[in-house]
Design a binder for this molecule. Structure first.
Ligand SMILES: Nc1ncnc2c1ncn2[C@@H]1O[C@H](COP(=O)(O)OP(=O)(O)OP(=O)(O)O)[C@@H](O)[C@H]1O
Ligand SMILES: [Mg+2]
Length: 264
């Protein structure tokens, strides 16, 4: 889809000296973080529970601090522009964001309306919306017979699939996903990983996921947050799992057996 305005920067997302302090918190929930994600790059963000992965991702379009109160220090840039120059929804054509809680993406409407929602906000003609919805449903594996069902009546895994279709339908140049496979059946998780890492459309991908099989083989870089919310390692996932195993385990990060046996 060519709705996006031209994107001048080769850097899709950038945090410099970024740090987030929630109200009344004694220490930063995440940061300081210096991180760049280049256009077309596929990055996996890993870290123990509470290390600030979701918080970091929520600063990307400015939802923190615009909708979730917190103090953000440092700078966050999207495609070269300070995120604060637009409201979070103003980035919708550049960034498609899947939230850790699928219900943050869904509004309780019928499935096809949920998936069409973001495109309607972008004022796309109805026939293009309808095509895009069908394409997204097929890609993610949302069955045709769910179209008229209300999202509130779906199971957790089913809602997650619909929320993923609602995010992927945007075909934005940057796709950000926070634990997109948490409630999916193994086959659906494999399908999603294959989809995300196919390189189709040269999309930039930033993903948080604990299900690593089928994912680490095809990502370009892994970035690891430690318990204190700072980056403790980054680089080729196979290298990190091989050479930094003790460090990862000290931070409570599980090393997948397959990753250790993989050759680079
Ligand atoms: N809205 C909020 N207000 C106050 N504190 C928060 C808020 N959201 C998260 N936190 C705190 O910030 C820290 C980082 O939380 P965050 O959810 O970003 O971690 P995470 O790495 O995504 O964890 P998980 O793997 O469990 O999803 C935690 O200590 C958490 O309790
Ligand atoms: Mg999280």
């Amino acid at each position: 889809m060519s709705r996006s305005v031209p994107l001048p920067s080769e850097i899709a997302a950038e945090w410099s000296g970024a740090e987030v302090l929630y109200p009344f918190a004694k220490r930063a929930a995440v940061g300081p973080v210096d991180l760049q994600v280049r256009r077309g790059e596929r990055v996996l963000l890993l870290g123990p529970s509470g290390s600030g992965k979701s918080t970091l991702l929520l600063t990307l379009t400015g939802l923190i601090p615009d909708s979730i109160p917190a103090e953000v220090k440092g700078h966050v840039h999207l495609f070269g522009a300070d995120v604060g120059t637009q409201k979070p929804w103003g980035w919708a054509c550049h960034v498609a964001q899947y939230f850790q809680d699928a219900d943050q993406t869904l509004c309780g409407m019928r499935v096809e309306d949920e998936i069409a929602f973001a495109l309607e906000n972008c004022a796309l003609p109805p026939e293009r919306i309808s095509e895009a919805v069908t394409r997204a449903m097929r890609k993610v594996g949302v069955p045709e017979e769910w179209r008229q069902r209300r999202s509130a009546q779906l199971s957790g895994g089913e809602r997650q699939l619909v929320a993923l279709a609602a995010t992927l339908v945007q075909e934005a140049p940057l796709f950000v996903a926070d634990e997109p496979t948490a409630h999916l059946a193994p086959e659906a998780a494999r399908r999603l990983h294959a989809l995300l890492t196919s390189g189709e459309g040269g999309q930039t991908i930033l993903i948080v996921d604990h299900r690593l099989d089928g994912l680490i083989e095809s990502i370009d870089r892994m970035v690891v947050l430690g318990r204190d919310g700072t980056i403790i390692a980054q680089g080729d996932p196979r290298m990190i799992f091989r050479e930094e195993r003790a460090l990862l385990q000290a931070h409570g990060i599980w090393c997948p057996v397959r990753a250790l046996s993989m050759r680079s």
